[in-house]
Design a protein around this ligand. Sequence first.
Ligand code: SUG
Length: 424
Amino acid sequence: MPICEINFDGIVGPSHNYAGLSLGNLASANNAGDTSYPRAAALQGLAKMRHNLALGLAQGFLLPLPRPNPVFLAAIGADGSEDRRLLAASWSASSMWTANAATVSPAPDTRDGRCHLSAANLVTMPHRSQEWPDTVRQLRLAFADPAHFAVHDAVPPCFGDEGAANHMRMCAGHDQPGLEVFVYGKSGGAFPARQHEQASRAVARLHGLDPARCLFVEQNPEAIAAGAFHNDVVAVANERVLFTHEQAFADPEGTYAAIRAALPEAEIVVVPAAAVSLADAIKSYLFNAQLLTLPSGGPGSEAGAGMGLVIPLEAWEHPRVRAWLDQMLASNGPIRRVLPVDVRQSMANGGGPACLRLRVVADPATVDPRFMLDPAKAERIENVIAAWWPEAIAPDQLGDPALADQVIGARAALLDALDLSELA
Ligand code: SUG
């Protein structure tokens, strides 16, 4: 089978909760203290995967990490006297947002012709900094074939790296050499800049990318200050199309010119602030969308169907965003369909459809099949979620031993159902 884009969604873990741990992520802060619904959250995520599978797209998944995390608790010497936020960190289900799991450079872009993945260290947020050792273990299992993949440890923790959320790949077709656009932030504002330029540059070198086909672009500090803690909250790219808010980059015109110089066929769809303000973009998560090439003649699409934009319901229901989308659809541009999905439980922690997936361009036959979704496996996963995932978690329940047993048992049941006990 030829190489194609595979979306690996994070299955929402059984400890999903709203502890308000992410400074600069407005949804996480605004919903802190609310009761979460892990079972509903996981089913919403699964429904999104099924939705994309039904479009005829390749779909994979990654598993929730061990929570409460015994390694993290041991490392901080937890004895019950620790700060409540650290206890909550050990329970965080944040690995569901697999756009932050790693940065991926597909085979056509790399010197050795293999697909390279670098786990992201996520050091800026304590609750996320514990993810990468377990993530890399999982990536090494899913992408174990050394003829096709190279999986790297995270870059040193002195350089913050948040993975694919700050990385865009543009190309004429997924199987063609790409232009890799790395977006970094500069610290100094009220909210942290999570992606450091030197982390991006290290990843590009480790992946063996051609410097002439890499761009390092500064994120607009105003976007970070407005709550765009990752670039994928204000821009998304797919093949030759960049869909971006006008205020995403520090130097928008320079960025567009550099993209066009490297990829003459690039089409840049800019949403002006006059139509959708930065605040509306961040509240609705319009840009945290999956911009997908719809398979020609595949189920649910017409021949040569172009691109579809999988957006959160919040964007579809937002009057100014909806008006802009209606206008875009009428304009005959490259994005032919808008496909709203309900991921409200994830959205309430600042994770939209794009946060929930890691894109890997590869031949699906080279991936460990246990990580690939099909309808029968989706049903198996659904049954485990329905049987095991807690219905609701109030933040003051974190630390409760009976709940911990349920969360640990739920993950074990899922590993068992998927024949992935190596990850126990
Ligand atoms: O890192 N939320 C995540 C959301 C990540 C979204 N990912 C992308 N934009 N790609 C974060 O801020 C909330 C956790 C809490 O508050 O409990 C959280 O980690």
